[in-house]
Write a protein that binds this ligand. Structure first.
Ligand SMILES: O=C(O)CCC(=O)C(=O)O
Length: 281
């Protein structure tokens, strides 16, 4: 995996907003390859007859089996984005989740489907909303353009990662009024990094084309991965480089050092200082 330096400006805006746009994260040829593979995975949805007014028929949220597609496997250690995640978290990370999301066009009159503001990984269910830690970052890769409002891009509530209370929805409304709701305009090939604490939600696609994204979530290695990631394919793993193998859970024991990414981080001057257990006073 090549090195990309996280700039001070990117670090600041991620810390303030809870998300970061990486324009042109993927070249067009990679997007084409990913779309081809993703369309194969999404074939059952794409082949279904049109069902207006039934948004659940027009939406795919596919998780198991994605990495069997080589193009999607190669994205696990993608050079334009994963180095940024490592610099924002640490080298002690692995792939925690992945999702292929397709949304077919929906009529404006259809009932809202899967609209639900939330924070990821359900941590607030146990820890509450106060003093939540940053433990994971998702990379959302756009496989299609999102040039119009309401094109199905996930909405982000800017700065809400620092909120210590639930999101307040005015009575009868589906969106909050006291935070900036960002419906980002993006090109195919752009990526958004967003962290586990930011409030975000799915939205219907009111454009006239299918909205396609891939989301890869990374977290510290001491966070249990989603169940469909637990047994990576042995043949694919054997062919992969050491960083990809770490990201796919090669070091099962959390006490084992994350050697592959530690070495990589050291080589590029971004290895964080070791936090000591004790200090002499
Ligand atoms: O479907 C979407 O746009 C949102 C996905 C989402 O909320 C998530 O990955 O946590």
């Amino acid at each position: 995996m090549d090195f990309v330096q996280l700039t001070p400006e990117q670090r600041r805006s991620f810390a303030e907003d809870g998300f970061l746009v990486v324009p042109n994260a993927l070249p067009a040829v990679t997007v084409d390859r990913l779309v081809e593979a993703s369309d194969r995975l999404a074939e059952p949805l794409l082949k279904k007859p049109e069902m207006t007014g039934r948004p659940e028929y027009n939406h795919l949220d596919l998780r198991p089996g994605l990495l069997r597609e080589e193009a999607l496997f190669a994205l696990v250690a993608n050079s334009s984005t994963v180095p940024l995640v490592i610099q924002l978290l640490s080298p002690n990370i692995h792939l925690h989740s992945h999702t292929l999301i397709y949304k077919r066009p929906e009529s404006p009159d259809a009932p809202t489907f899967r609209r639900g503001w939330h924070r990821d990984i359900r941590i607030p269910r146990d820890l509450g909303h106060e003093s939540l830690p940053l433990v994971g970052i998702k990379i959302c890769y756009c496989l299609t353009d999102f040039h119009q409002p309401n094109s199905g891009m996930t909405l982000m509530a800017r700065g809400s990662h620092l909120r210590s209370t639930p999101l307040a929805l005015p009575k009868g409304q589906v969106d909050p009024a006291d935070v900036e709701v960002c419906d980002l305009r993006l090109n195919a090939g752009d990526a958004i990094l967003f962290e586990n604490r930011i409030f975000h939600t799915a939205t219907p696609n009111r454009s006239n084309r299918v909205a396609k994204v891939l989301m890869y979530g990374y977290s510290y290695r001491w966070m249990k991965t989603e169940v469909y990631l637990e047994v990576p394919d042995k043949q694919q793993l054997a062919k992969a480089d050491s960083i990809t193998r770490q990201l796919l859970g090669e070091y099962r024991d959390v006490d084992t050092q994350p050697w592959a990414l530690q070495r990589w981080a050291k080589r590029h001057g971004v290895l964080p200082e070791t936090v000591p257990w004790t200090v002499e006073v």
